[in-house]
Design a protein around this ligand. Sequence first.
Ligand code: ADP
Length: 457
Amino acid sequence: MSRLLIANRGEIAVRVIRSAAARGLSTVAVYSPDDAGALHTQLADEAVQLPGAGVAAYLDPAALVEVARTHKCDALHPGYGLLSESADLASACAAAGIVFVGPAPETLTRLGDKVAARDLAVANGLPVIEGSPVLADVADARSFLDTLGGAPGIFKAVAGGGGRGMRIVQSADEVADAFAQASAEAKSAFGDGSVYMERYLASARHIEVQIVGDGTDVVHLWERDCTLQRRHQKLIEVAPAPALAPKVRQGILDAAVALGKAGGYRGLGTIEFLVDASQPGDTQPFFFIECNPRIQVEHTITEEITGLDLVDVQLRLASGARLDACGVTDLPVPRASAIQLRINTEVMQADGSVRPAGGTLTRFDMASGPGIRVDSHGFAGYATNPQFDSLLAKLIIRRGDQDWPALMRQAHRALGECAISGVDTNQSFLRAMLADSRLADWDVDTRFIEREGASLV
Ligand code: ADP
């Protein structure tokens, strides 16, 4: 591999360009006409305009492969979101003799369908939450809800991602509306309105395991806790998971590796689980929820506790390296801790909900100093485009120990040192969260923000 096309935008395009350059690869960025002022176009060695406009321009596999071919790229990195889990893009790359930096097309197909991924997990002995097959109609959904014996259910999109296409139902009379809403949302987000239902865990923690495979062997790079979410979307992530009993942690790590090995996984991936936080300590059951066969937004905190560059690991794996040549084997158990805060361009409403914000950044001075990392495509003068993802910057704080209250204080302080103006962000909301002692004690579940959010605005 010598020349890499980055089929993405925003902070992840910037992130990939940097690691590619460090590996000695030249880089080609792509952009839609209305995204020509974005940072990734300036940092790559070359930038090529895509046909079309807005997000849609980044979603055409044929156009991306054509740019890669005509600009002599021998590899393509899809980033996250957009076409990162597209088996069509991976296949189109293979057909054009271009290395796709990610798992094989068959793996993407198998894991991209949540019901199929669940079946694979069950076949390999992983615990899953009671779930239905794909639901044909409202009657089907009602009869599945009946089997839960009064417990709430959650509709989920088969093609799901980013928390879209989910609706919680408490009782049979809510099923018809929730089914229609979940299915319509899934249809508009993924072009596929199929939904299924799971028992809803009222008090859960989201724990996910970073895995790496070379097609022969699979190792884990420990876990991340992504419990702090708003509308099923992650907002604050920490690694390793605080307040997790060693037995539960080990069970989750073993299950993730077993699933990766069963599929002969090649590439970087994440196996996600929910832990039932209503149960005490080391008896907490955990359940597989999904696999993400790509780099994730929160990969940074795993990098901070392991010292690895995960994009570099992806590039090495894609060029055929075995695990031991990627520096991911025999790592010591991490003694460090890290937290990532997602700074989004959005306006917080008094009731705790948000709406997207746009504008031109007049000031973008991010915190610096020991243990502070910023992954962002922001700069003063950048006109944000509300069409695209609202993530503006990831502020990551690392400590060499696992003193959680000190990490929260450090993060609170760092966030306060960031001066961002011209566009509304969730900066003050994140600060209010970090000042809450329940974060220092990690006394949280996935509904923490829904319950407490309004009082923190
Ligand atoms: P997506 O792919 O859209 O991100 P996930 O399956 O990863 O969807 O779930 C996202 C979040 O939604 C989880 O982290 C959790 O907070 C919530 N969630 C999903 N399934 C359940 C469930 N069965 N019970 C409770 N919460 C759930």
